[in-house]
Design a binder for this molecule. Structure first.
Ligand code: CTP
Ligand code: CA
Length: 224
């Protein structure tokens, strides 16, 4: 039995984390993005590093800086850049945590020049982005893979479906319904669901404390 109170319980473990939003270009001056700040992913990266892990943090556009110098920050802009950077580091990782708010769709064509306004309405054709989490996890070997789920209805059922569809070890379900949880907030209300569908609702906490809980879960998963 491993002592979970040991000071550096993630020493020697390589952890890959995605964070932040993605920006999908429409033309040279415009993009489709979202309100993610990256805070949840950066808090996980900081906490993992503090616990001794070797951290690679692939982040979309954000104003945040990692707390520790040895966190390997790879700054990306689009979902396809995030996918390429994550793919490069996945095989070498022990844990993959997908905390990014990746765009589900991107413009099918990116205009080379700034699009001029003309008609009253304007349609942009979108195509699906690569599901970074699902694509990497469906080819996983030894890795522990943790995803997030953002749901507004049938939360538990939908999160369970994501565990199966994306071959996850653990999903962190975000409740947007709760005051004080979600985008741009310092706090988060999450429910853990593992691959055996064990459900563990957590109280409202700071994102730093949610990050600690996630890493504690991962430490437990290493020793079961
Ligand atoms: N994710 C990803 N790549 C994508 C879309 C999502 O890696 N192109 C990851 C997110 O980082 C998150 C998980 O998949 O860990 C679930 O994201 P979410 O938006 O809740 O689910 P989707 O699978 O995109 O489904 P939907 O938005 O339709 O609920
Ligand atoms: Ca999505």
């Amino acid at each position: 039995e491993k002592d979970l109170s040991e000071k550096l319980p993630l020493k020697g473990k390589k952890i890959l984390i995605t964070a932040g939003p993605t920006y999908e270009a429409i033309d040279p001056v415009r993009f489709i993005g979202n309100h993610a700040t990256g805070k949840m992913g950066f808090d996980i990266a900081n906490e993992a590093s503090k616990l001794g892990a070797e951290v690679v943090l692939v982040s979309g556009p954000t104003s945040l800086k990692p707390k520790y110098q040895n966190i390997n920050l790879i700054a990306v802009t689009s979902s396809s850049e995030m996918f390429e950077a994550s793919k490069k580091h996945f095989d070498n990782s022990d844990v993959f945590i997908a905390a990014a708010a990746v765009a589900d769709y991107k413009p099918k064509v990116v205009a080379n020049q700034k699009i001029k306004k003309s008609d009253v309405t304007f349609v942009i054709e979108l195509e699906k982005t690569t599901d970074i989490l699902a694509t990497l996890s469906l080819n996983k070997k030894k890795q522990l893979v943790i995803g997030f789920a953002l749901e507004t209805e049938n939360e538990i059922e939908n999160a369970k479906l994501k565990i199966q569809k994306k071959n996850l070890d653990l999903i962190v379900l975000n409740s947007l319904n709760d005051e004080g949880a979600g985008f741009g907030k310092p706090t988060n209300k999450v429910t853990f669901i593992d691959k055996n569908f064990t459900i563990e609702p957590m109280p409202l906490k700071s994102k730093e404390d949610v990050a600690k809980d996630i890493l504690n879960k991962i430490i437990q998963l290493f020793y079961v």
